[in-house]
Design a protein around this ligand. Structure first.
Ligand SMILES: [Zn+2]
Length: 211
């Protein structure tokens, strides 16, 4: 399933969307899948995970997805981690960790026990999390999409190999005093802004998740 998720992230990149993708599975079958629509819809809430979870609930006709596994090419952010907890998805699998934005490694929504202990009627038990699955293949999509952007986000520690968390932490600490890098980072940010500005205009249909 991660292979399918990474293929979707490549499709996202080829359609000038940010290369994020997600697949929700149940009993070894795909229930719903989606790619980001943030750029195309000019809407920062249109993350792949939210779109796929919404579609999975619609297709299964229930809010409870405790028998499902969600695959993401990048660690889900906190915004997406909350619906993962609320739908009680049993397992989360991702390839690339997100030390700056992650719903586990930065803000521990996926691993928090307190929300489910205090509000068990709302939040399910924390899911089983498997990180780093097919990292090299997932990272290759990002690198191919835009090598400079990938270099920039790797240098800033925004996305990382879960197996190298310690190395990335050291790098992040060092970067806090790296004023000489700031012009380069500004250049990276401007390059990313230009890439996003080239995205196609918003289209009418919001359909994102696919069967
Ligand atoms: Zn998200």
């Amino acid at each position: 399933m991660m292979e399918r998720c990474i293929a979707l992230s490549m499709e996202a990149a080829e359609s000038r969307e940010l290369p994020f993708a997600c697949v929700v599975c149940r009993e070894g079958e795909v229930v719903a899948e989606a790619i980001n629509r943030v750029v195309r819809d000019s809407d920062v809430t249109r993350h792949a995970e939210i779109l796929a979870i919404s579609e999975a609930q619609r297709l299964l006709g229930r809010r409870d997805l405790s028998d499902c596994t969600i695959y993401s090419n990048v660690e889900p952010c906190p915004m997406c981690a909350f619906p993962i907890r609320e739908t009680r998805i049993g397992r989360v699998v991702y390839a690339i960790s997100s030390p700056m934005m992650g719903g586990l490694s930065k803000w521990n929504v996926l691993g928090d026990n307190e929300i489910s202990n205090v509000m068990p009627e709302v939040f399910g038990d924390r899911p089983e999390v498997t990180a780093g699955v097919s990292y090299r293949e997932a990272a290759a999509v990002w690198r191919k999409w835009n090598p400079i952007f990938w270099l920039g986000i790797r240098l800033r520690g925004c996305l990382a190999d879960p197996a190298e968390d310690t190395a990335m932490s050291v790098l992040q600490v060092r970067q806090s005093d790296r004023r000489p890098l700031r012009p380069f980072m500004s250049w990276i940010s401007n390059a990313v802004a230009r890439i996003l500005a080239r995205a196609p205009a918003r289209k009418g249909s919001p359909a994102a998740a696919r069967d």
